[in-house]
Design a protein around this ligand. Sequence first.
Ligand SMILES: Nc1nc2c(ncn2[C@@H]2O[C@H](COP(=O)(O)OP(=O)(O)O)[C@@H](O)[C@H]2O)c(=O)[nH]1
Ligand SMILES: [Mg+2]
Length: 326
Amino acid sequence: MKDDPADKGQPQRKVEIVAAIPCFNEERFIGSVVVKARKYVDRVIVVDDGSTDATAEVAEAAGAEVIRHKVNQGKGVAIRSAFEWAKGSGCKALVLLDGDGQHEPEYIPNLLRPVLEGEADMVVGSRFLAKSNNVPQYRRMGQHLLTLVTNLGSRVKLTDSQSGFRAFSCKAINNMSFAEGGLSVESEMQFSISRSGLRVAEVPVEVTYVDKAKRSPVGHGVNVLSRVLVLFSLRQPLLLFGLPGLVLLIAGLVLGARVLTVYSSTHELAVGNALGTILLCLAGLLAIFAALMLQAMKELIHGENSQLKRESKGYAQDSESGSEKQ
Ligand SMILES: Nc1nc2c(ncn2[C@@H]2O[C@H](COP(=O)(O)OP(=O)(O)O)[C@@H](O)[C@H]2O)c(=O)[nH]1
Ligand SMILES: [Mg+2]
């Protein structure tokens, strides 16, 4: 068993297809998930994220290689560890699935097909494309809202932005980057994929809800939504803040014009409307100001990143020509 991502062991023989399962306290289900997944891939990696139960031992007994985080760091961090392992192994494809029995490993070949046939770099298993899905109603509404906001913010259209059942090509493994530590990592992948110009596809998957939700669905939803809005605001500030700001400002100006018209004909100030005008204009101006500030920051960061990339390219070329001269 490995102790931390830093000293993850690399496979002895060439591993082509890897399945990685981020886990936190899944001793009840992880054994059967690993055994089933092994039928479809060369290696199963379980990232045990500081579980306090026997997840790691059960996973290992079932034939998985276990990367162990000493303390719980969140699903996103566990997925980063899995990506690092996959990068080091030089594998052709990586599949992610949950360790709670929700994802049926028999769908792994369907997820892998577009990747292995060179049609997509990330394939998402969508619960909402399947003929039947037993996603509970309360979850379904929240999932659709999160998908709507993620699609708008990332400009990548999926039917199930929150599905953790996904496959990635070698190109995606090497080019995607994400920083989210928790359960918003799936949304962040959508932002990352559009930024890296990778291709995305969806295939239908059916899921089973074996257990009750482990955390409050409302709290979970609000948490993910707030992170998605942060990603959205950094990616498209003009759309998220600028457009509503402009609408508020125009509404304020229209109301203001009405206040003036009434005043000029009656010489009476419509106090309520005048206050409304001030509030709408202030809110609109604030939103536009926030949008412009965020846009400026975005362009600054983008400019600095491009500069760094150019510098490191130049440095690599210089050292190449230097070694040729020697
Ligand atoms: N590594 C890691 N995995 C987690 C964490 N929280 C949940 N998971 C795993 O992520 C998967 C989905 O989590 P779950 O709580 O079932 O989310 P839900 O299906 O969206 O309600 C399961 O395999 C969990 O074990 C965490 O803090 N760290
Ligand atoms: Mg689950």
